[in-house]
Every structure is written in C-alpha cells, then in structure tokens.
Design a protein around this ligand. Structure first.
Ligand code: ZN
Length: 194
C-alpha cells in the first residue's frame, strides 16, 4: 500500500477468498480494517465467497467503499437482496461473473450496481494469464450501460493487456502481479492509464 499511493493508484483492490466459492483462502474483514487504517485510497473489496449477504455488513463496517459480489455465489433473489443491502449501507455495489458465465446473465442487475467486473482469469489464484476472449463481454456491457458506468477488468492485466481492455470499453483496471513486479510503479500506472 505504501507503494500504491505514490504510484497514484485510484483504488486498493482486496481479493477475499473463502476456500469454498474458490479453492484458496485469503484475507477477511480484519485485513480490510487494517488497510483502511493506513490509506485514504478507496477500498474496492472483491468477495469471492459463498452467500455474501452474511458478510457484507462486516466488510462495510471494516471500511470497504465498494463491495463486489459474484453472480454465482447465491440465488438470483439473494443476489438482488445483497446488492440492495450493500447500497442501503451507503457503499457502492459491484457485480462480477466467472469466465464461464455469460455476460447476459448480468442484465437483470445492471440498474442495481455501480460497477460491473469482468474476470479475465478463473477466480481463486493470482498470477494467471489474461483471457482475451472475455473482451466481447466488456463490449456487451459498454453497449448496455451509460458511458460513465464503471466496467472493471480483473486478472492478468499488465502493460500489454491494458490497451486491449480499454479498447473494449473497460475504465477500471485491476493489476496485482504486474504492478508489484514493476520496478517503476508510477510509470507502470501511467502506462495503464495512457
Ligand atoms: Zn479481484
């Protein structure tokens, strides 16, 4: 995080995995709370967890500014309820899909979210390669939303794949491995935004 502020990142993206919805376990609410204490950057919390309604209150209380849930993590009725709960608590709501889920499945929720996230890797592990065949999903979202609607891409974003995401219509790029490996992080962020 100390590297992210001077590099002029716009958000801190936190990947939360529960070992059930995805095979790995990462960080939970205490880590979000700790990050919140050390930075003014907005916290974008990506929940790769089952039944997220059980936890959204806690993540928002821990300092999340945006909570992104997976379409596949609960029933459609509960997804609608979870998105409503996130917004009710004054937080921005985001929705995402795994690579195998068609983007049209997001249509019923577009009026209830502030951001849509297209996964360009299978959620659950860092360091995977970018799936360029997910770009038609980004294009579909761009065509079905307003020009300033946030469309995020997460997975394998680096200096080479960022222009591909932006050409498809993405305006929020998540970069983990490529950012932390970059020798000049400010230059790397500039490259992503160029
Ligand atoms: Zn993520």
């Amino acid at each position: 995080i100390r590297a992210m502020v001077p590099a002029k990142a716009d958000y801190v993206h936190v990947d939360v995995m529960d070992g059930i919805f995805v095979p790995n376990i990462t960080s939970g609410q205490p880590v979000v709370a700790s990050v919140h204490k050390v930075t003014e950057l907005p916290l974008d919390v990506h929940l790769m967890i089952d039944t997220p309604i059980k936890y959204v209150d806690q993540f928002i209380a821990s300092g999340a500014d945006m909570v992104v849930i997976h379409l596949e993590s609960d029933t459609p009725e509960m997804i609608h309820k979870t998105l409503a709960r996130i917004r009710e608590l004054g937080c921005k709501a985001g929705l995402t899909i795994k690579p195998g889920t068609p983007v049209e499945a997001m249509a019923p929720y577009l009026g209830e979210i502030d951001m849509a996230l297209i996964m360009t890797v299978e959620p659950g592990f860092g360091g995977q390669s970018f799936m360029a065949d997910m770009m038609p999903k980004v294009q579909w979202l761009r065509e079905h939303t307003s020009p300033d609607f946030l469309i995020q891409v997460d997975g394998g974003v680096d200096a080479k794949t960022a222009p591909v995401c932006k050409a498809a219509g993405a305006n929020v790029l998540v970069s983990g491995s490529a950012f932390f490996k970059a020798a000049d992080k400010a230059a790397f962020v500039q490259t992503l935004m160029a």
